[in-house]
Design a protein around this ligand. Structure first.
Ligand SMILES: NC(=O)c1ccc[n+]([C@@H]2O[C@H](COP(=O)([O-])OP(=O)(O)OC[C@H]3O[C@@H](n4cnc5c(N)ncnc54)[C@H](O)[C@@H]3O)[C@@H](O)[C@H]2O)c1
Length: 258
């Protein structure tokens, strides 16, 4: 008798991971590839995207890397065209590319252009990607879209000045995702968010020496997370195991949101 496949198996699936050049996106891209997926790596930093892509190929999967500024509609559209030309399908999309929310001055001093930049990359950028992904997935009558959100989108963390614009954008991602889940449920497309707690990545490592202790002590599980702590949630939401799960915000945060 043939062995039953794991319900998390991603063999034969094609995934797109934005911001896959480093940090959480890189870890998620490699996790999907380890479960069998072919993965397109999209990033504004082509060199980093190339490195992740090569690591995926060395796992025996197909991969391409595409330089894209995800805040630009024409670049987003061209990127999805290229992915479809190479792979002909998109089963899983992880919209993850983002910028750190913890480097702004106190709210009264924030330059409004910094807020707009967050909106362009992490709200409109995600939305434009979701639109392109859904157009492809509607034709396939299936697909999984995962938007990387943050605990800050539900509960702005204490002790980080100027977090308001980032928190607002992430709250927008969370509720936007629920709206998209409603629109696209009839096409068998699931749309969910994952909300990480504090994670050590190239975006945050410079502030860990000054804030690491505070981050760990705010986290009930007593430590800061690593990118690979997010892998399991992403594999679940990318796989057939989550076929009837849509519009959820999956917290992976060591309890930070409580
Ligand atoms: N690190 C954390 O503590 C944490 C916590 C919660 C949520 N998040 C979210 O996780 C996601 C990834 O964060 P990270 O810590 O891995 O960051 P990171 O800076 O290490 O990686 C982000 C990647 O996105 C790319 N990127 C940025 N702007 C882009 C653009 N306009 N077009 C294309 N690519 C672009 C960068 O080049 C980079 O490779 C972000 O959405 C972030 O808000 C991070």
């Amino acid at each position: 008798m043939e062995a039953r496949k794991s319900i998390f198996d991603l063999t034969g699936k094609v995934a797109v991971v934005t911001g896959g050049g480093r940090g959480i996106g890189k870890s998620l891209a490699l996790a999907l590839a380890r479960e069998g997926a072919d993965v397109a790596i999209v990033d504004i930093n082509k060199e980093n995207a190339d490195v992740t892509s090569e690591e995926i190929k060395s796992l025996g999967r197909r991969s391409i890397s595409i330089k894209t500024d995800l805040s630009k509609k024409d670049e987003v559209q061209a990127m999805f065209k290229e992915v479809m030309k190479k792979f002909g399908q998109i089963d899983v999309a992880i919209n993850n590319a983002g910028v750190s929310g913890s480097r702004l001055p106190s709210s009264e001093d924030i330059d409004i252009n910094d807020f707009k930049r967050f909106i362009d990359i992490m709200l409109l950028g995600y939305f434009m990607c979701c639109q392109e992904e859904a157009r492809i997935m509607i034709k396939q009558n299936k697909g999984h879209i995962i938007n990387i959100c943050a605990v800050a989108g539900t509960r702005p963390p204490r002790g980080i000045q100027g977090i308001a614009p980032y928190a607002a954008v992430k709250a927008g991602v969370k509720v936007m995702t629920q709206g998209l889940a409603l629109d696209w449920a009839k096409y068998n497309i699931t749309v969910n968010t994952i909300s990480p707690g504090y994670i050590i990545t190239p975006a945050t490592e410079a502030i860990i020496p000054t804030r690491g202790e505070m981050y760990a002590s705010q986290t009930p599980m007593g430590r800061i997370g690593l990118p690979e702590d997010i892998d399991g949630a992403a594999v679940y939401l990318a796989s057939d195991a989550s076929n009837w799960t849509t519009g959820i915000d999956f917290f992976v945060d060591g309890g930070l949101r409580i």
